[in-house]
Structure formats: C-alpha cells, structure tokens
Design a protein around this ligand. Structure first.
Ligand code: PGA
Length: 257
C-alpha cells in the first residue's frame, strides 16, 4: 500500500518570518491528519529555521532544488551536503527549473547526488501545451524518465510528480481520469526500466493547479498517490483541506469502500 504524499512547493515566496508564521499556524492541524505524509518545501533561506521548528513533528521538510556537487566554486548554489541534515526530500527537475536553469540536463546528476546523500528526490516531469496538443505527451514523459534515470540502477524510494506544464499556475488541470491514465503509463515505463515491484512501490503525484476543490478528483484515482501543490500550499486553510481530503479518500480505499 503506497502512503499518499501531499507536498507544498512554496516556490520563491515567504521571508523567514513569514515562513515561521505560516508553519506555526498550520503545524498542529496538519499533524492531526492521519494516513498521509505531509511535506513542505520552502525557500532555502527558511530551511534551517523550519527544520528546528518541525524537529519533533511528523511534517516533513524538502528543498526545491540543489546542485549535484557537494562543494566547490559554484557561486550562488546550495549543495546536497548542506541540506541533507535539514531536509528529507528535494524537488528535482521542476518545469520552472527546466525552463530557466537547464535542469533537463542536470536532473540525472542531481538525482544521483540526492540518493547518495540519503535525500529522497521528487522528480518532476511534464509536457508543454503544444506537446500535449500534438499527441506527444507519452513520448516526452518517457524521454524525461530515461534521461533522469540514466545509469541509475536502484531508484530506491524516489517520488515522481507528473505536472503537465500547461496546468501549472494556470487554473487549468488535467481531468482525474486523464492524469490517472498518464500516470499509469509512467508506472509502466518504470516497470520496463526497473522491476514490477519498483513500479508498484513508487509514489507518483499529480501537480498543476491543485486546490481544495479538485483534490478529490485526483486522489480517488488508483494510480495517483497524492499531489505536488504550488499556489494553494501558501494558503494554510486550503492546504490543510487538501491534506485532509486526501486522508479521507485514503482511509476509504483502505477500508475497501
Ligand atoms: P501550482 O504549482 O499548484 O501553483 O499550479 C504546482 C507546481 O509548480 O508544483
């Protein structure tokens, strides 16, 4: 049974003080939600403070990116060595990083580095609108998976987030059924690259304009193991609702309803 994951990607939002205020207001209600793993990915500047704040909490912490080297002359970068004691997770290959920072090329090295340092990578993959319209979605996703996993023999407990680029921050989403079908194909690809067991254990999230109003449509699908939530993760009440709806659906499916 895969435990659902609800991950909040704050992107480039919140100062340290604002991060403390947001997390302090929400930590207790989030901890009360059972059967779902909850993860917050703030900016680098807030990681240390939030790691302290969440020290005895079930809420996990993740970084939004990292470099693949552990140290060196890479001005402005942050290494896995620097975040490994603060974070359990790291987002790799988010479409905004693929678009602006060449992460198509670096995702593979970053995943290797994360695994090496015991940080769980959340690999983001997704197609552009024109790729979707021209029927290239599966081809694009398979290529992204092959590139990201090149020469990696054991992906361990990696998480994948399927985020159609046209759905990110746009208010448009795939339907639950479309996302479920695409995620099913992603799982098949994992099973062709690794073993069936790896494919059936890997958690695959949906991301792109997830809100409290549409989360149920996604997490009730059998292939979808949670969500990577951007904008809505900055609104504590909505993020809590997304996590609690996920918990409700997961407990229904555990009880066979
Ligand atoms: P969004 O972002 O929920 O604001 O669409 C999702 C993401 O970029 O991970």
């Amino acid at each position: 049974m895969r435990i659902p994951l609800i991950a909040g990607n704050w992107k480039m939002n919140k100062t340290v003080d604002e991060s403390i205020a947001l997390v302090t207001g929400i930590v207790k209600p989030l901890e009360d939600i059972k059967g779902v793993e909850i993860l917050i990915c703030p900016p680098f500047t807030s990681l240390h403070t939030l790691a302290d704040l969440l020290k005895n909490s079930s809420i996990k912490l993740g970084a939004q990116n990292m470099h693949y080297e552990d140290k060196g002359a890479f001005t402005g970068e942050v290494s896995p060595l620097m975040i490994k004691d603060l974070c359990q997770y790291v987002i790799i290959g988010h479409s905004e990083r693929r678009q602006y920072f060449n992460d198509d090329e670096y995702a593979n090295k970053k995943i290797k580095a994360a695994i090496n340092f015991g940080i769980v990578p959340i690999l983001c993959i997704g197609e552009k609108l024109e790729e979707n319209m021209s029927g290239k979605t599966i081809e694009v996703l398979e290529r992204q998976l092959e590139q990201a996993f090149n020469d990696i023999h054991n992906i361990g407990d990696i998480v994948i987030a399927y985020e159609p680029i046209w759905a990110i921050g746009s208010g448009k989403t795939a339907t639950g059924e479309q996302a479920n079908n695409t995620i099913g194909v992603i799982r098949q690809k994992i099973s062709s690259l690794y073993e069936n067991k790896t494919a059936s254990n890997v958690r695959i999230l949906y991301g792109g304009s997830v809100t409290a109003d549409n989360i149920t449509e996604f997490v009730q699908q059998p292939e979808i193991d949670g969500a990577l939530v951007g904008g809505a993760s900055l609104k504590p009440e909505i993020f809590r609702h997304i996590a609690s709806q996920t918990s409700r659906i997961a407990s229904q499916s555990r009880n066979g309803c």
